[in-house]
Design a protein around this ligand. Structure first.
Ligand code: SF4
Ligand code: SF4
Length: 437
């Protein structure tokens, strides 16, 4: 797997170079050059914000094709609880899970159930004070990547536990190995994802040696298959065993509610997340014990690979969860299966904005950036293809852009040139001067 695998990519044909996406990117990872957007791979955290804002659908998330499940003898679907909120007039999780079996899976394992296991482990972590407070949730991979590149001082606050998706994959494989007799390699576990960040995290996990997930299928793709058959199922199987607290992880506030702490906050939407991370960095939220941060608005229900309006889905998930209030089986599950819930590797700072390995050189470049920036208009208009005047100054120093990429600088230079031309014309020898009469 390449070092910078990304699910989020550009469809060049569709891109019109409109620059809508450059300003919304939280890591300034997009530039428009020669009329097309370009993603700077080292900077992208796969938050999916550009997928949401592109009016021409030129940004997309790469996921695995559904047909990949047939490469395995025993195929298990891992539905994110967000899937439960996607279908109009469907209030029975068992119907959706049975539908997954009807479209080709041999079994299902609810990620919501794994979320309860993770909640339990997180409570222990917080109690044990092994993580610096305020403890930051590690559930959203886009947020973890954001912290890694923009907020290195907060790395030690991040909860070092695996995501529900990863825990679900481990548990599903263990159970299938014990109950079916198939070997690990014959069992394929496929996560049904609401977002691009989880695709990237399964292909290139930041805190694990490797992922246990064999494929990630877009929720949109699964939705189409399920919507076609749900109305035709009359033998619904009793497959659901997750409880309310795990199902609510689909919505913003679900994880913090499951932790039952006193001073917890839940924040959603990548730009709100950045504001809160800045406050945490400035130690302004020291009274808070736990911070749930989700890149998508409304939580995972707002993921770019979902189908339903996020507000509708959020409401539906909450109602479905209420119905399953007393089902939580987590107490039994974590005793039955041995799951190592902690990360294999600590996350480390990725200095993507570094100007030079040599400190003195980096300082010199920084000074040049400042002096170029002072000459730019400071309007952050984006016409140059960079998200701000400062990022254009940085691009110039890195050798990726020139000062005349700024339309205002170019205009000044053109008018200066025109003035010089007029002055020069006046200095022509008399026989060549224009006849002004
Ligand atoms: S929003 Fe970005 S990706 Fe979409 S057309 Fe405009 S420049 Fe291209
Ligand atoms: S996915 Fe997020 S970080 Fe990556 S280019 Fe798009 S907006 Fe920027």
């Amino acid at each position: 797997m390449p070092e910078y695998f990304h699910s989020v990519t550009l469809d060049k044909e569709k891109c019109k170079g409109c620059t809508n996406c450059i300003k919304r990117c939280p890591t300034e990872a997009i530039r428009v050059r020669n009329g097309k957007a370009k993603i700077i791979k080292e900077r992208c955290i796969d938050c999916g914000e550009c997928i949401r804002v592109c009016p021409y659908h030129a940004k997309k998330a790469i996921t695995d094709p559904f047909e990949d499940i047939f490469n395995y003898k025993y195929k298990i679907a891992l539905p994110a609880p967000t899937l439960y909120g996607q279908f109009k007039n469907v209030w029975d999780i068992n119907l959706i899970l049975t539908g997954l079996k009807r479209i080709g899976f041999d079994d299902v394992f609810e990620v919501a159930l794994a979320a309860e296991v993770v909640s339990d482990a997180s409570k222990q972590f917080i109690k044990s004070e092994r993580v610096k407070k305020p403890v930051i949730s590690s559930a959203c991979p886009a947020v973890v990547r954001l912290i890694r590149v923009r907020f290195p001082n907060l790395i030690e606050n991040v909860m070092p536990v695996k995501s529900p998706m990863e825990v679900a994959a481990h548990m599903a494989k263990q159970i299938a190995e014990k109950t079916t007799g198939y070997s690990k390699n014959d069992i394929g576990v496929f996560f049904i994802s609401p977002c691009a960040a989880k695709v990237t995290d399964s292909k290139n996990p930041v805190a694990l040696d490797s992922s246990c997930i064999d494929g990630v299928i877009s929720m949109k793709d699964i939705y189409l298959k399920l919507a076609a058959i749900l109305g035709k199922i009359d033998d619904v199987e009793e497959l659901s065993c997750a409880g309310m607290s795990g199902i609510c992880w689909a919505n913003s506030g679900g994880e913090s509610a499951a932790l039952e702490g006193e001073e917890d906050i839940a924040v959603d939407g990548i730009h709100n997340v950045i504001k809160v991370l800045e406050e945490l960095e400035d130690e302004k939220l020291s009274e808070v014990d736990f911070v749930e941060l989700l890149s998508c608005t409304g939580g995972c229900v707002g993921g770019p690979l979902t189908v339903e309006n996020s507000f509708v889905a959020k409401n539906r998930v909450a109602k479905i969860a209420k119905k399953t209030a007393n089902q939580c089986l987590v107490k039994n599950v974590d005793k039955l299966y041995s799951i190592d819930i902690s990360w294999n590797n600590p996350i480390t700072y990725q200095p993507i904005m570094k100007l030079d390995d040599n400190m003195a050189e980096a300082m010199k470049k920084m000074e040049t950036i400042e002096s170029i920036y002072e000459k730019l208009p400071g309007l952050d208009c984006g016409s140059c293809g960079a998200p701000s005047c400062r990022s254009l100054a940085e691009d110039i120093v890195r050798g990726f852009a020139t000062e005349t990429d700024c339309i205002f600088t170019l205009r000044d230079q053109v008018s200066m040139l025109a003035k010089e031309m007029i002055e020069l014309e006046g200095k022509m020898p008399p026989p060549f001067r224009r006849n002004e009469e």
